[in-house]
Design a protein around this ligand. Structure first.
Ligand SMILES: [Zn+2]
Length: 534
């Protein structure tokens, strides 16, 4: 049997399609129209199997609709905006071995091209050229006359984005305001999801800082549960971490070195007076600011100086992690001796019950730790125990008489009031932090910065949310179950930092030095295909 050269057949027909221009769609009032689209791929690397898989389904649908007589447009474009291409180029420039190996061995980039990747635009051009060839050889039925890439390196697209943002601004959807953003100290720029090596989908969270009194200053401890201040029994400080004594807005605060830097990015005036190891604090006493009780500071190696202030107050009746840490110390008097703390001090600490919940006695944290058989501070079951108690107490917990004027109310109902009261009386302050590690494409760990001059898209606008919900309701969505997902996303969206200081992109027309970031210039680009090349 004669062998068949599939490649020859493929090339022959691809040539014929191109000559006959059969995939070029122009307006034709006499025919029904159909538009299919595929999210434009990002050009910081070659296309992968996922692109092939998804785009094949789009192509099959386009061909099916053509056979049914529809005037079908299937266009294609390339996404260049933002930090990923610039970040990769920078990592190459500083000799990142892992990236260079990946480019050589996985992407198969020839040496002479690799050298030129120190120019991010060249890198984008290279991958666009390679990827275009791949899409063509896949035989996708694309109208190539409408191809474009994003950023100011494509003038017409850039003008389209300028028009979009001028229009949004005229209608009041772009505002300048004070907001917390995920921030890269190296790039001096907000770090959007696309700009991250790690920590996609992580938002700044606002913690309440309870200001425990320590000498002539404060030990501010971060919490999401300020009501638990009524049950505090001790504090945990990491003896090996570096802490600082700092002037924060004129007050003396003891916090981790990392926290001092973070607070200085959050519109607070911070001056570090001295640095010392946490062990200096262990065994000393602090005063809780509501009842004025004197309580001990104990060693806690689980305390992460990179998390909020690096100061943790302990509520063993209601926080499983606090109970387990305390129990560990009770069982290891030799550890305490080193810090001059007697075993009796720790054994004498009695958990204080302040919330009642159904199905549990006075000490829910102790009960759950015993029920789940949590071994120690490093047992992964500890997280589960914490989340069970936290949820139950937040949703159904009733505050006990020890909580004074808040007694008899549910935690959920009274939380906001407690925060407001504590702030008014200088018992509490607040800080933002990231609940998980976020790392920028440039490999720098991100922090939360409060920007007073940042440009935002007002996705929080209730009228916009209503319009978006209506649009979702009137759309045909397959499968139907995905509709709820769209509604959820619209509710979830908050104001979005829509501009960056660095990276490739289109400058904000009214504010030089700001570039429309990567997700914000790819919201309505499908419309651009209909006018591209005309
Ligand atoms: Zn960065």
């Amino acid at each position: 049997m004669a062998s068949i050269s599939w490649r020859e057949i493929e090339e022959k027909w691809r040539g014929k399609w191109e000559e006959a221009r059969i995939f070029e769609a122009d307006p034709d009032p006499k025919r029904e129209k159909c538009f299919v689209t595929f999210p434009y791929p990002y050009m910081n690397g070659p296309l992968h199997m996922g692109h092939g898989f998804t785009a094949t389904r789009v192509d099959v649908y386009a061909r099916f609709m053509r056979m049914k007589g529809y005037n079908t447009l299937f266009p294609w474009a390339w996404h260049w905006t933002g930090e990923p291409i610039v970040g990769a180029s920078l990592r190459l420039k500083i000799g990142d071995k892992e990236l260079i190996r990946a480019l050589r061995e996985i992407d198969g980039v020839p040496e002479e091209e690799l050298e030129k990747f120190v120019d991010p635009v060249y890198m984008a051009i290279y991958y666009t050229r390679e990827s275009r060839e791949v899409v063509k050889r896949m035989g996708f039925s694309v109208d190539w006359r409408r191809e474009f890439h994003t950023t100011s390196h494509e003038q017409t697209y850039s003008r389209f984005i300028e028009w979009q943002y001028e229009t949004l601004r005229e209608r009041g959807y772009v505002t300048r305001g004070t907001h917390p953003v995920v921030w890269c100290p190296q790039c001096q720029s907000p770090t959007g999801d696309h700009d991250r090596l790690e920590g996609e989908g992580v938002f700044p969270e606002e913690y309440t800082l309870i200001k425990f009194i320590f000498g002539d200053g404060y030990l501010p401890a971060a919490t999401f549960r300020p009501e638990t201040i009524f049950g505090v029994t001790n504090m945990f400080i990491n003896p090996d971490a570096t802490y600082v004594e700092a002037k924060v807005n004129g007050e003396k605060w003891i916090i981790s070195g990392e926290a001092a830097y973070k607070l200085s990015e959050q519109l607070k005036k911070v001056e570090v007076l001295r640095e010392f190891k946490g062990e200096e604090l262990i065994g000393k006493q602090f005063k809780e600011p509501i009842g004025g009780r004197d309580l001990p500071i104990l060693p806690g190696w689980f305390v992460d100086p990179e998390s909020a202030t690096g100061v943790v107050y302990s509520v063993p009746a209601h926080a499983p992690a606090d109970w387990v840490a305390l129990k560990d110390l009770m069982e290891k008097p030799e550890t305490l001796e080193k810090f001059g703390i007697t075993a009796e001090t720790v054994k004498g600490i009695k958990p204080i019950s302040l919330i009642s919940i159904e199905g549990f006695g006075d000490y829910p944290a102790i009960e759950i730790v015993e029920h789940l058989k949590v071994k120690d501070q490093f047992d992964p079951k500890l997280d589960e125990a914490t989340s069970i108690i936290y949820r139950k107490e937040f949703h159904t917990g009733i505050l006990k008489p020890i909580c004074g004027k808040y007694a008899g109310k549910t935690v959920r109902d009274v939380k906001a009031q407690i925060i407001e009261d504590f702030r008014k009386t200088n018992v509490a302050d607040s800080m933002y932090d990231l609940p998980q590690r976020v790392v920028c494409r440039c490999t720098t760990r991100c922090v939360v910065k409060i920007l007073s001059d940042q440009w935002f898209l007002r996705y929080s606008d209730p009228d916009w949310k209503n319009l978006a919900h209506e649009a979702i309701d009137s759309a045909n969505i397959f499968p139907e179950s995905a509709r709820a997902y769209f509604h959820d996303k619209i509710d979830w969206l908050r104001d979005w930092a829509c501009a960056r200081r660095t990276g490739l992109g289109t400058p904000l027309p009214w504010s030089p030095g700001w570039i429309v970031e990567t997700l914000s210039d790819s919201t309505i680009y499908m419309a651009f295909y209909t006018i591209a090349k005309h």
